[in-house]
Design a protein around this ligand. Structure first.
Ligand code: AMP
Ligand code: ZN
Length: 476
């Protein structure tokens, strides 16, 4: 079984071969080096951005689940056209401005159960490495200076356009361009380093003072952390051109070796058929949705459950559907927990749990088909629910099944959220209150029963009467 993922560079589904040399088992490979373009911290990230960040997290978790180890970096873009503009408008320093949004971004990642990665470099802390790259590109004759700025001469780099499939005729070299972001119609020499402007922050370099263009930042952070060719580079499809095309040009022009083996790009989150974006004004931040009463867990589920190469149209109805899917999972776990004190062992359970892991992996190995993988999981839930109804699942069987679901949740991150897991002491205390309420009702002490209901309600605990008795769950 091998893991195959679409590679934007080769335009085909390629086997993932970390380090470039095929090995027998995932454990035999060196740690997979991954770089994900991180947020530009000029404002709150919107949930379109989080679709991409949740995908990065899913990719990382799935690689680990499959037995690979990972060495993952996601940067913070804390100097570019947008951050500079924002700090000037607010009349505060660039670092004061970007620190605020960086902090907010990390809080949002945590809320969405996105794992910490091994490295979070900041662009402003990597300027020395940018200067190294500039010197190398210069030595290789691919940059020129104009009015205090440095530009990359794309005509001198033969591979220019290989990622975004540019038609050579479109390339207008010799025409330079300052903006960090531009369209394919403007394939031009891009700014590596920008001359200082009034009120803008700048750094001293052997080429004179100035500040980095956006593209060189990622090239420099990758070089600084990994030192050589990396296995995977990710980002949204909007970054293919010009950002990633320019990263390749700079890094390969400087060091003469392959920059990245496998390029993975996520499709956009749309609203009414248009990309969710700050500039279109059609966006929700995570906080907007939390304020409307939606849970981060349902948002994670929704954004993660669509295949990364398919556009996803965002609706509030979509979050409600995600909620319903999660409720099915929660009820399944509750039913398994209810098997306490039942004896015996069903020999079928080992077979169905291993089939679950096998079928899930086989499905997701095929270009990270998470929607198919969730389908496998829901079929399993359906089957086990029937077995529970037929009284074929004992406490021991239920424990095994929960153990298997926990393994899958290392990938999902939405079944058992660490923050929401009850401590044993809490569970015992709540069980005792629930039992006391049942007894109070039996002995017609309704005031006490209501009091307990209110105590539990205040803690966000919902009571449900089922044919097997009263059970409780925490509102998530
Ligand atoms: P930015 O902070 O603008 O640099 O974007 C951070 C990440 O979000 C990049 O990888 C973008 O490609 C990605 N992104 C931006 N808009 C969307 C969207 N509507 N859907 C999915 N990803 C997006
Ligand atoms: Zn980048």
């Amino acid at each position: 079984m091998s893991l195959k993922i679409y590679n934007t560079l080769t335009r085909q589904i390629d086997e993932l071969i970390p380090g470039g040399v095929k090995q027998d088992k995932p454990e035999d490979y060196p740690a997979i080096t991954i770089y994900s373009c991180g947020p530009t911290v000029y404002s709150y990230a919107h949930i379109g951005n989080f679709r991409t960040f949740i995908f990065n997290d899913f990719l990382r978790r799935y690689l680990k689940f499959r037995g690979f180890s990972v060495n993952h970096a996601m940067n913070i873009t804390d100097v570019d056209d947008k951050t500079i503009k924002g700090s000037i408008e607010e009349g505060i320093s660039l670092s004061q401005y970007t620190e605020k949004y960086t902090e907010i971004f990390y809080e949002d990642l945590k809320a969405l159960s996105i794992e910490d990665v091994e490295h979070n470099p900041k662009a402003t802390e990597s300027v020395d490495e940018m200067i190294n790259i500039l010197k190398k590109i210069d030595a290789n004759g691919m940059l020129y200076e104009k009015e205090g700025s440095l530009y990359f001469n794309i005509a001198k780099f033969p591979g220019y356009g290989k990622l975004s499939m540019l038609d050579k005729r479109e390339i207008k070299s010799g025409v330079s361009f300052d903006a960090d972001e531009y369209e394919k119609e403007d394939v031009r020499d891009f700014a590596l380093w920008k001359a200082p402007r009034e009120n803008e922050p700048f750094w001293e370099t052997p080429y004179g003072p100035g500040r980095p263009g956006w593209h060189i930042e990622c090239s420099a952070m990758i070089r600084k952390i990994f030192g050589t060719t990396i296995d995977i580079h990710t980002g949204g499809v909007d970054l293919i051109f010009p950002h990633h095309e320019n990263e390749i040009a700079q890094s390969e022009a400087a060091y003469g070796e392959t920059f990245v083996r496998h390029w993975i790009h996520t499709e956009h989150l749309l609203v009414d058929g248009t990309k969710m974006s700050k500039s279109a004004g059609n966006f929700y931040t995570l906080r907007d949705l939390l304020a409307k009463g939606y849970s981060p867990r349902s948002i994670r589920y929704l954004l993660m459950s669509a295949h990364y190469k398919k556009q996803l149209n965002f609706t509030l109805e979509g979050i409600t559907q995600a909620d319903q899917a999660l409720e099915r999972i929660d009820n399944f776990i509750l039913r398994l927990n209810d098997r306490k004190n039942t004896t015996g062992e069903n020999s079928e359970v080992d077979a169905i749990t291993s089939a679950l892991i096998r079928d899930f992996s086989e499905t997701v190995d095929n270009d990270l088909n998470i929607s198919g993988g969730l389908g496998v999981f829901f079929e399993f839930i359906h089957k086990v629910n029937s077995m529970i109804s037929e009284d074929k699942i004992s406490q021991k069987d239920a424990e095994k099944i929960i153990g298997t679901v926990k393994r899958l949740d290392q990938v999902f991150g939405f079944v058992f959220s660490a923050a929401e897991e009850e401590s044993d002491a809490d569970r015992e205390r709540i069980d005792a209150l629930v039992n006391e309420r049942i007894e109070a009702k039996k002995s017609k002490q309704f005031a006490r029963a209501d009091e307990i209901r209110d105590i539990l309600k205040n803690e966000g605990i919902i009571l449900e009467d089922t044919k097997d008795g009263t059970r409780w769950k925490r509102k998530k």
